[in-house]
Ligand binder design. Structure first.
Ligand code: PLP
Length: 371
């Protein structure tokens, strides 16, 4: 028996979910006796369309220009201004953070206390539940409708005086669909607390509520550099909200140096590359549509439409067996299991053509083998 306070925290933590990052490239390569370059990592919706040579050259320039002895400061302002230019919102409405995850945690810390409740949807990104529960608050999730749209009436009728925040994800992970603007706005209108809409994948759908966030009292939009800009490893994200709320969060709650100088400067340089990034976004949309069609042409596979950089699909057998069979071939995807009434679902990241060709070929073989 260890120290009482430590023991209580460790025991209490058993009810928190462990975020499953899945197999890693190096780990799987070592297990299979393959080279890391032979592993296809398609389980975390990372963006392999942004050329690695471009990112490395940006990082080299950033290193040359940075003095790591000094805390970042002006960089935050510069990045807020650049994001403001890109998204057409005032820089004062932006809060920079260490990726979407850190901002979800920040919002949870600000609005939730023990005994409170947070409302979300089912299925969705699991970090909301983790952050809510860390605060000692209860997490309540309302299933999406069969067509994956929001069940606004059920959500509204679940709100109690204890409900302090609503988390939505649009386009949603893992269902890959965008929610109707009017549905989200109705929730924001009828709820007294913040509605956080996680738009991690919005650049792949081309639709956003960021314009509404700056005007409304309680809508916050979460965006990240991880997917659109291919900077998942650097950890940069931002939250957009009305000026008063954004300044309060930024000045009173966010840590003063939450993101490193290197990461902020790299994000700034990537914004300058927007024309190239916009090109990769159209490539992703095109490849995604091809992938959905190809998946649907494999017997026993049914792909759902996607407005993201990943595709959810259902197989007519145990999805875990399909996941494992692909893993043995050096392909990492995500086993999702049941999604509402659809059992045996899997999720795969959209990647450039040669990678998709290999994935489709090997999935076809796995399905023929009767995994
Ligand atoms: C819906 C959703 N929100 C947030 C994140 C985390 O993004 P970040 O890398 O900015 O922390 C992810 C990552 O996959 C995600 O799918």
């Amino acid at each position: 028996m260890g120290k009482r306070i430590i023991e209580a925290v460790i025991r209490g933590a058993c009810s928190l979910n462990v975020y499953d990052v899945g197999e890693t490239i190096e780990g799987l390569a070592a297990k299979l006796g393959k080279k890391p370059s032979e592993i296809l990592k398609l389980n975390s919706n990372e963006n392999f369309f942004v050329p690695i040579e471009l990112l490395r050259s940006v990082l080299r320039q950033v290193i040359e220009e940075s003095d790591p002895r000094i805390y970042p400061r002006d960089e935050y302002k510069m990045l807020r201004e650049a994001i403001g230019g890109l998204t057409k919102i005032p820089p004062e409405c932006i809060i920079i953070g260490a990726g979407g995850d850190q901002l979800i945690d920040l919002v949870s810390r600000i609005f939730l206390r023990e005994g409170d409740e947070a409302l979300s949807i089912e299925p969705t990104f699991t970090i909301y539940e983790r952050c809510v529960k860390v605060q000692g608050a209860a997490y309540r999730s309302i299933p999406l409708k069969e067509d994956f749209s929001l069940d606004v009436d059920s959500m509204l009728s679940t709100i109690t005086p204890k409900t302090k925040v609503i988390f939505l994800c649009s386009p949603n992970n893992p269902t890959a669909n965008q929610f109707r603007r009017e549905d989200v706005l109705r929730l924001a209108d009828e709820f007294e607390g913040p509605v956080v809409i996680d738009e991690t994948y919005a650049d792949f759908s081309g639709k956003t509520l960021i314009d509404a966030a700056i005007d409304l009292d309680n809508l916050m939009v979460l965006r990240t550099f991880s997917k659109t800009f291919g900077l998942a490893g650097l950890r940069v994200g931002y939250l957009a909200a009305n000026r008063r709320l954004a300044r309060t969060i930024d000045e009173r709650f966010q840590m003063p140096y939450s993101v490193s100088t290197i990461a902020i400067r790299a994000a700034l340089k990537m914004i300058d590359k927007w024309p190239e990034i916009a090109g990769t976004l159209s490539d992703i949309r095109r490849e995604r549509d091809v992938l959905v069609a190809e998946l649907n042409s494999i017997g026993g596979v049914r792909a759902f439409p996607s407005e993201t950089n990943f595709v959810l699909f259902q197989v007519n057998r145990d999805s875990k067996a399909v996941y494992r069979a692909l893993l043995k071939r050096g392909i990492i995807i995500r086993d999702i299991g049941r999604v509402l009434k659809f059992d045996n679902c899997l999720r795969v990241t959209v990647a450039p053509r040669p990678l998709m060709e290999r994935f489709i070929r090997e999935l076809g073989e796995v399905m023929c083998e009767g995994a």
